[in-house]
Design a protein around this ligand. Structure first.
Ligand SMILES: NC(=O)c1ccc[n+]([C@@H]2O[C@H](COP(=O)([O-])OP(=O)(O)OC[C@H]3O[C@@H](n4cnc5c(N)ncnc54)[C@H](OP(=O)(O)O)[C@@H]3O)[C@@H](O)[C@H]2O)c1
Length: 220
């Protein structure tokens, strides 16, 4: 299929892949494709070897989950990546080289000047400049700047101070499950040893997305 430059495929409906299909974001991506009845000819699901052999449902059909390898994305027109930045860095350039358009949800290419950073409500036109990879900002950034954009156009914002409190969801599906389980244990007076996060999560507050720099007190 010719590479899509304007959002609409110039041929048959595209083959779409989700990389990270078993994760918290992957589940939302499947749901979005279903809700929008996204026009696709085939949906392929990928995760790590841990989840290979499982299935996920799409429009009432159980689709197999495959392990992502270097060749998995050959023949895929649009690859939606949400499997962490290391996976994106390793597999997205190769997929783009095979002719896929990669839409990357991780932080891997957000600061790469060759990769357009897109929020469709704000700068959809920048998609035209893509060279096979399109990135999107952190989720809290997208949510914050979407309503600020029309204000910015009338009255330019020079500086923005923001505080975000990343929830369990920010650490993925396993962390959300740990919050559920540890809350249940806490309320039932049972001991619970954290497995996913470095500290007890239920009724606690701590920084979990990266280590704290002792000099500045900031994390990533
Ligand atoms: N832009 C945004 O709005 C936004 C919002 C939230 C999150 N994110 C990003 O999306 C990504 C996923 O977040 P999440 O919350 O969905 O995490 P998650 O629930 O932990 O899911 C991670 C997914 O990545 C897969 N994966 C891990 N290593 C892999 C590998 N080597 N090869 C192939 N697949 C691999 C996992 O497969 P297994 O089941 O096999 O482990 C799972 O499907 C992160 O990069 C996160 O920063 C972006």
């Amino acid at each position: 299929m010719p590479r899509m430059q304007s959002g609409r495929p110039a041929g048959p409906e595209p083959v779409v892949a989700i990389v990270g299909a078993t994760g918290a974001v992957g589940a939302e991506l499947i749901r979005c494709l279903e809700q929008r009845r996204f026009p696709l000819s085939e949906l392929k699901l990928f995760a790590s070897a841990r989840s290979a052999g499982g299935t996920r449902h799409y429009l009432g059909r159980a689709l197999p989950v495959h392990e992502l390898t270097e060749d998995s994305l050959r023949g895929v027109d649009v690859a939606l990546f949400s499997a962490g930045s290391a996976t994106s860095r390793r597999f997205a350039p190769g997929a783009a080289g095979h002719g896929s358009v990669v839409i990357d949800n991780s932080s891997a290419f957000r600061a790469d000047p060759r990769v357009p950073l897109i929020v469709p409500e704000i700068n959809p036109q920048a998609i035209r400049d893509h060279r096979g990879i399109i990135s999107n900002p952190n989720c809290s950034t997208i949510i914050a700047i979407t309503p600020l954009w029309p204000i910015h156009r009338v009255n330019p914002i020079r500086r923005l101070l923001m505080a975000t409190y990343q929830a369990a969801s920010g650490a993925g599906a396993a962390a959300m499950e740990e919050l559920r389980e540890s809350t249940r244990a806490y309320l039932e007076g049972r001991a619970f040893a954290p497995r996913v996060l470095p500290h007890p999560y239920a009724f606690n507050l701590f920084s979990h997305n990266s280590s704290i720099d002792p000099d500045t007190g900031y994390n990533e």
